[in-house]
Write a protein that binds this ligand. Structure first.
Ligand code: IVH
Length: 671
């Protein structure tokens, strides 16, 4: 039985990692996402049933373990340096001249590769196993982000083929362009601050102390250099890339071997175009001497090695006419000015809209309607208006001012002291109401299938509701009268709305649309408060005592519940039969979980995880955790500096587990 499980586990792990590689490294998946998920689920179940068979390199570990209390420092044996930047062909030739003089009589040859705009990381493999991940930090010492890197699916947890005793690879963690757009859209819908660019998003993600949060961000990684290695040498950079690829490590999608500097210039031009098709942002190229045996002798300046240089592309710009400034109203009532442009080609696409951020930005740049404006693709993603061609002014241009009334409902627009955003304060504003309804019904909120944009628009425009609470009193007849709604789909929608009464508490909290409270914070809140009433009653201290809930979010939560209108909305939800308390945890079938019926008492400090995380893990495996030792206690787990509970356990003859034994029992890895 156990042997069969072990064999199946080994097979599943190998298969899942092979599919990870096919999907993330080689971009040629063989199975559907659904089939992949099924393999992963089967492995999770087997590992839960056999905790002793869990290993640190299992793909299930990629979903993130317990939150960290902080990052431990990691000293880089080989420092992580940065690169000198150049901006034009002259500087590139100068780099070539310098290198020639330094390595004469040898002739330099080069490799050109994309400069990935992400976050520099180092990953250490020992005997082929991923053991340590670190950020650059100050170049000498970085943060230990092993748990977070483990969640990145393109990072192999085990190298394929013959691996050296130690290999430290360096590269860049990034968030793909498409993933970035999706993440920001989700954040905006949740009323959270969007990330400025993919690099910030990747950096912010890697800094999360909770690897489970990191696991939900679709980060990827590419490697292009090595640090401290043992038992392996790479005579050329080309060879280095080939070897990394051979071990299953992802490398940049293209590189150019250049026999001389003229070839480098051609490669730079080719890359300028090719980079548009890359999944990641590329703000430049890196030119590296191919012959690595000369690196040591060439050495480095204070900051960067002499054998490589970065070449930055000018951000792509275009000039066009600003036809109008539209003002959009968001879910929280924020008014955002958007430039409506005469369509123009920029960096491979046609642009007709661009962000203007807010009123202050428009004033600072003195952007007027009718101006010839310069647009730029910032970080290659969202086009922005960066300036005005003032020389082209005719005098007929019109300065912008934020409307005093909401363009949608005519309600008053208010700009609060200290805020850059102007808001429509009319809570019945159709634009706000529509956004609110869409948010309420979203997949990561109340998850009401069939309540799409077209239906929401009609419900609001026909004044069929004043708040999402009114959804629960809609009947099939009313809905069937809407456009694009047959009797059957009307009935389905009524059923979907009714079913949403039983959603989990975190979904209800998220659906309220409290500023700064996204799905993740909502989950945390629901774990700590068993009902909406308990959350409503929580003071600032109770809120901020939750890991990851800071004073700003706590302030927004308090402000939300302080509003009578919001309280009455919650009353309406309750009256409509929406469950606003946590569901009792379903009783697990007897014997199904490995720690079922076992009682644990924890004492002392564990190196691998905070005590609360250990308790959580025990409960997840079916066990119970209590505070004091009695004859009913099955095990006492003794960490460093255990207290009197250990003495009591010994006195009562209760079995004592040290940290290693405990971790083994719950299938976790030592710190
Ligand atoms: S080689 C000794 N290659 O850009 C430095 N760096 O501005 C070795 N970067 O610190 C770096 N893409 O974080 C190298 N293809 C690439 C790169 C790259 C992005 C980053 C890296 C570096 C920074 C320098």
């Amino acid at each position: 039985m156990r042997a069969a499980a072990a064999a199946r586990i080994a097979l599943l792990r190998a298969e899942i990692e092979r599919h990870n590689r096919l999907y993330y490294v080689e971009a040629r998946p063989e199975i559907s996402d659904r089939e992949y998920d099924a393999l992963l689920r089967e492995l999770e179940e087997l590992e839960a049933a056999h905790p002793d068979l869990a290993t640190p390199d299992s793909p299930t570990r990629r979903v993130g373990g317990a939150p960290l209390e902080g990052f431990a420092p990691v000293r880089h044996t080989v420092p992580m340096m940065s690169l000198a930047n150049t901006y034009n062909a002259g500087e590139v030739r100068e780099f070539d001249r310098r290198l020639r003089a330094l390595i004469a009589p040898h002739e330099p040859t080069y490799v050109v590769e994309p400069k990935i705009d992400g976050v520099a990381v180092s990953a250490r493999y020992e005997k082929g196993l991923f053991v340590l991940g670190a950020t650059r930090g100050d170049g000498q010492t970085g943060d230990d982000i092993t748990a977070n890197l483990r969640t990145i699916r393109s990072l192999p947890l085990r190298l394929i083929g013959e691996a050296p005793p130690a290999l430290e690879v360096r590269g860049e963690v990034y968030l793909g362009k498409a993933a970035f757009a999706r993440l920001n859209q989700e954040r905006e819908e949740a009323g959270e601050e969007p990330f400025a660019n993919p690099r910030n998003a990747a950096a912010g993600s890697l800094k999360q102390l909770d690897p489970a949060v990191v696991a939900r961000r679709p980060l990827a990684v590419l490697f292009y250099a090595v640090g401290a290695c043992e038992g392996v040498e790479f005579p050329t950079h080309r060879e280095l890339l080939e070897r990394l690829r051979g071990w299953g490590l992802p490398i940049p999608p293209r590189h150019w071997f250049c026999p001389d500097i003229a070839a480098v210039e051609r490669a730079l031009e080719e890359l300028r175009e090719a980079r548009r098709a890359f999944a990641f942002d590329t703000d430049g190229a890196v030119i590296k001497l191919d012959d690595r045996r000369r690196y040591a002798a060439l050495g480095a300046t204070a900051k960067s090695p002499r054998w490589a240089i970065a070449y930055k592309y000018e951000p792509e710009r275009a000039e066009t006419r600003l036809r109008a400034i539209a003002v959009q109203v968001g879910r929280t009532g924020v008014l955002t000015p958007v430039a409506e442009l005469e369509p123009v080609a920029l960096a491979g696409s046609t642009i007709s809209r661009a962000t203007l951020h807010n009123e202050d930005e428009i004033r600072r740049k003195d952007i007027r309607v009718g101006d010839r404006v310069i647009i730029e693709k910032a970080g290659d993603v969202i086009p922005a208006v960066v300036g005005v061609n003032v020389a082209a002014r005719t005098g007929s241009e019109i300065p912008f001012s934020m409307p005093k009334t909401c363009p949608v409902c005519g309600g008053p627009v208010v700009r609060r002291e200290g805020e850059v955003a102007a808001r429509c304060e009319n809570l019945q504003c159709p634009a706000q109401l529509k956004r609110w309804l869409r948010h309420f019904a979203a997949r990561n909120a109340m998850d009401i299938e069939g309540l799409g944009e077209a239906i929401v628009d009609q419900l609001v425009d026909r004044r069929l509701l004043d708040s999402p609470a009114d959804l629960y009193s809609l009947d099939a007849k009313t809905l069937a009268a809407l456009e694009r709604m047959g009797p059957k789909s009307a009935e389905n929608l009524v059923a979907a709305i009714a079913a949403s009464r039983e959603r989990e508490l975190w979904r209800v909290i998220h659906a309220l649309g409290i500023r700064q409270v996204g799905a993740q914070s909502a989950r945390l809140l629901a774990e700590h408060f068993e009902s909406l009433d308990a959350l409503m009653a929580a003071d600032e201290t109770a809120l901020t005592s939750i890991f990851e809930i800071g004073p700003i979010v706590a302030g927004e939560i308090r402000a939300y519940f302080a509003q009578p209108r919001n309280r009455s909305f919650i009353e309406k939800l309750k009256a409509a039969g929406v469950r606003t308390a946590r569901a009792p945890r379903p009783a697990a079938p007897a014997g199904a979980l490995p720690l079922q019926g076992r009682r644990f008492v924890l004492t002392g400090t564990l190196a691998a995880m905070p005590r609360e995380a250990a308790a959580e893990r025990i409960r997840a495996l079916g066990g119970a955790v209590s505070e004091s030792v009695s004859s009913k206690t099955s095990f006492v787990v003794a960490g460093a500096e255990p207290g009197a509970k250990l003495d009591k356990a010994r006195a009562l003859g209760v079995p004592v587990l040290d940290e290693a034994a405990f971790l083994k029992m719950i299938g976790a890895t030592p710190a």
